[in-house]
Structure formats: structure tokens, C-alpha cells
Design a protein around this ligand. Structure first.
Ligand code: FMN
Length: 218
């Protein structure tokens, strides 16, 4: 377990620009590579995301080689080929439905490090463990999908802060993703892929419904 601090200075540290000027970029500069150290740092920063019971039910597969891209192409829908071909990396964000199996480790570590009292840890175990150990696959899939989505959104904003852009992608044969990426399909669920790289186009400034249309107050 690590405490996250920034490993390097952010290129863009203006919240408004990071968030409100984020748009899906679908054409990247193919010559701009991102080294694995930086990709790993971005994932570290993104995993400050919250997760249900701090289960951190997310997993990342970074595709940044021609061989990896060939594999990804086998299940990607054609309209996503330009992003796959030109991005520095396609990061597949998956949900881990068995994260609860290492649940005790996370909370034991927190108690050992003095972040919580042993009593608080035991209370967490008593409250949440039975919930997960008797959960249905549908519940675990939903929980992992929510966690992974939280991390994916953070990763898109983190990428902006590093000076890159992204395109979230779910246009792929979802039933083929996990196995083709070499993971256990009984454990992991595909949530979204993020094409990451240096923008080589001005993205569409997509419209939104008004907040009033989308909101009820009770
Ligand atoms: C779950 C999800 C799946 C998406 N799948 C694709 C995709 O397969 N291909 C694509 O070009 N864009 C995809 N998008 C991007 C959306 O089209 C885009 O976010 C939306 O039009 C709003 O535009 P913006 O991202 O520029 O704000 C996806 C977005 C999300 C959140």
C-alpha cells in the first residue's frame, strides 16, 4: 500500500482547464510516446479514486506496443481503429470482482500503519465482509464496474494534467476483451478503455443537457 504523492510536476494544474476543457480526442500524434514510468504514475494518481469499502476493485492493462495493439484490434470496433492506431497507449480499465478476497490485507495494513484503530478495522470486517462473501456475481460485477468507472474518470483528468488527452471507449466486443488481454474472465469485467496521447486534432465541443432538465430536488 502506498501513500500517493505526485511523482512529477503537473503540466496543467488548472482545474477548470483540466475538467471543463476535456473532450474526447480521436486523433493523436502517433510519434508522441509516453514512457511506462509516466503511465504508471498516472495510474497511481488515478487510483486515489474512492471505491466501495475501499475494495479498489479496479485493474489496468496498458497496451502500448504494436503487438498489444494488434491484439486489441481483434476485438475493437472499426470506428475506434484511428484512436487505437494513433494513441500512445490504450489503457483498459477493468473491474475486479474478487477484490474482496484481499480485503483483510488492506484494512490490516491500515491498522498497522496507525491510519485506523484495530477496533475500527474489526468493525469494518464485521460490517462489510459478510456482505461481500455472500454477494451474488451480479452484485460483485456492479460494484467493480462502479469502482473502475471512478478510477477511469480520474485517469482521464490526470492525463489532462499531464498534458495529454483521452477518448473513453466501450465500442468493442466486450465478451472477448478480458481473455484476449490474458486475464481471467471469471474474475475481471471490462469497463472502459482509454486512448491516451498527445492530441492531433481539435475535438468536438460536445453539448450537454441543462442541469435543470436532469435534476430533481426532494
Ligand atoms: C462508456 C463510454 C463509452 C464510449 N465509447 C466510445 C467509443 O467506443 N468510441 C468513441 O469514439 N467514443 C466513445 N465514447 C466517447 C463519447 O462519445 C463522448 O464522451 C461523448 O460524445 C461526449 O463527448 P466528450 O467526451 O468530448 O465530452 C465513450 C464514452 C463513454 C463514457
Amino acid at each position: 500500500m502506498t501513500t500517493t504523492t505526485l511523482d512529477q510536476q503537473l503540466v496543467l494544474n488548472d482545474f477548470s482547464k483540466v475538467m471543463f476543457e476535456r473532450h474526447s480526442v480521436r486523433k493523436f500524434n502517433p510519434d508522441k510516446k509516453i514512457d511506462r514510468e509516466e503511465l504508471q504514475a498516472m495510474i497511481k494518481e488515478a487510483t486515489t479514486a474512492p471505491s466501495a469499502c475501499n475494495l479498489q476493485s479496479w485493474h489496468f492493462v496498458v497496451v502500448d506496443t504494436p503487438e498489444g495493439k494488434d491484439k486489441a484490434k481483434s476485438f475493437m470496433m472499426k470506428f475506434n481503429y484511428p484512436q487505437l492506431d494513433s494513441c500512445a497507449a490504450m489503457i483498459f480499465v477493468l473491474g475486479d470482482t474478487l477484490s474482496y478476497q484481499s480485503y483483510r490485507d488492506v484494512w490490516n495494513k491500515a491498522a498497522e500503519e496507525g491510519r485506523i484503530t484495530p477496533e475500527k478495522r474489526d468493525e469494518v470486517f464485521k460490517t462489510f465482509l459478510p456482505l461481500y462473501e455472500s454477494a451474488t456475481p451480479e452484485f460483485l460485477t456492479m460494484d467493480a464496474t462502479i469502482d473502475a468507472s471512478m478510477a477511469a474518470m480520474q485517469l482521464m483528468l490526470v492525463a489532462r494534467a499531464h498534458g495529454y488527452d483521452t477518448n473513453p471507449i466501450a465500442g468493442y466486443a466486450a465478451d472477448k476483451v478480458v481473455q484476449t488481454l490474458g486475464l481471467d474472465k471469471t474474475r475481471y469485467v471490462p469497463v472502459v478503455a482509454l486512448a491516451v496521447g498527445e492530441a492531433a486534432e481539435t475535438p468536438i465541443s460536445s453539448a450537454r443537457y441543462t442541469a435543470a432538465e436532469l435534476t430533481d430536488f426532494l
